[in-house]
Design a protein around this ligand. Sequence first.
Ligand code: PMP
Length: 435
Amino acid sequence: CYRPTDKSTVLEKRRAHFGGNLSLTYSDPVMLVRGWKHHLFDEWGRPYLDAYNNVPHVGHAHPRIQAVAADQLRRMNSNTRYLHPAQTAFADKVLSKLPDHFEVCFFVNSGTEANELALRLARAHTGAKGMVTPDHGYHGNTTGAIDLSAYKFNKPGGVGQADWVELVEVADDYRGSFRRDDPDRAQKFADLVDPAIATLNSKGHGIAGFIAETFPSVGGQIIPPKGYLPAVYEKIRAAGGVCIADEVQTGLGRLGEYYFGFEHQGALPDIVVMGKPIGNGHPLGVLVTTKAIAESFDNGIEFFSTFGGSTLSCRIGKEVLDIVDDEGLQENASARGAELISGLRALERKYACVGDVRGMGLFLGLELIHADGSEATEICSYVKNRMRDHRILIGSEGPKDNILKIRPPLTIEAEDVEMLVSVLDEVLAEINPAE
Ligand code: PMP
């Protein structure tokens, strides 16, 4: 029902009526009108391999999601001021995936809102204001969440760093201050939190908490060395703060071996934030926390979100988590992720411009570099756009935008992995002939 000629009209209207900082991926943008599992189709019906979108966690256009959404919309859709078994069923399902100390769920509409709420909870529980967070992080688009997102506030044109925020170096052991040949790097990165705590205390803000993407994504698909988060959490708790794990990108089985990233670290956060994939495209954010923190927040002022925890959202959220279990998608992430990593490692050996291959399950990054080891931003942009010419969608990330980001729906199959690796091989050969 879309005419192929619509694409230029859409582009024109978008330029005329949308904000200029609403960005489009790829120099030749794609218009996508249908999806199925990890495939997308453009206005001509041409298929694309979606190796980038983490939101359609259980695949685009999943029939079970269509069915529960349609069923619930036929019945009613209302808010948390009325009882409905879908709300408690969703909470039970979320909590069943987490350690027992998490007992309370808050439902909102996005990862941003969940992080904004996490900030309020941390402040209500501690009575303090100061927050520590790794550099280059991203936690959302509202005023409070931007203040916690160095990736945004530190950019030219950004609002700058709030005085209640202290940044610590991201625990990147490929490019950061402590490298993989240093067995104490986790502790050394964690020790950087000490001066941040001291600064916030000296300014009189105290320590409300620490927030981090468990595996920094916009920072460049980084897997911090094991033991980093527990060491940080210990320091934050000793200073009176709460520890917030932003699992928007890493949660719900994407990592294969772990349902949540904090499990890899052996860390136990006080607040866990989920978003994006948990609604499979329906706007949904979830925050879980301990009874004690929820009680501090329950201070007489009602918490209410009109759409957060709606009947429809709860039915969809529970269905997504059920599908991950029923279709063995965490196991698939593990198996396909292992195949991808081994294919990408072969490319790392073949091409000098591939400096590092890192990740876990279907959360992967390929750091592209020049001969002197510096960040190859333009090569990364070239590769991403050439992959798009081959109708394979991947993205790019990192402070210098030189890390190819591969993060497909969890439904991806072995033959798609093979195709991705062989096309990437061809594209890399265009810029960096094999040695
Ligand atoms: N946290 C992380 C780690 C994210 O990647 C994002 C979105 N990219 C958010 C929070 C914000 O989520 P949303 O855009 O759904 O509000």
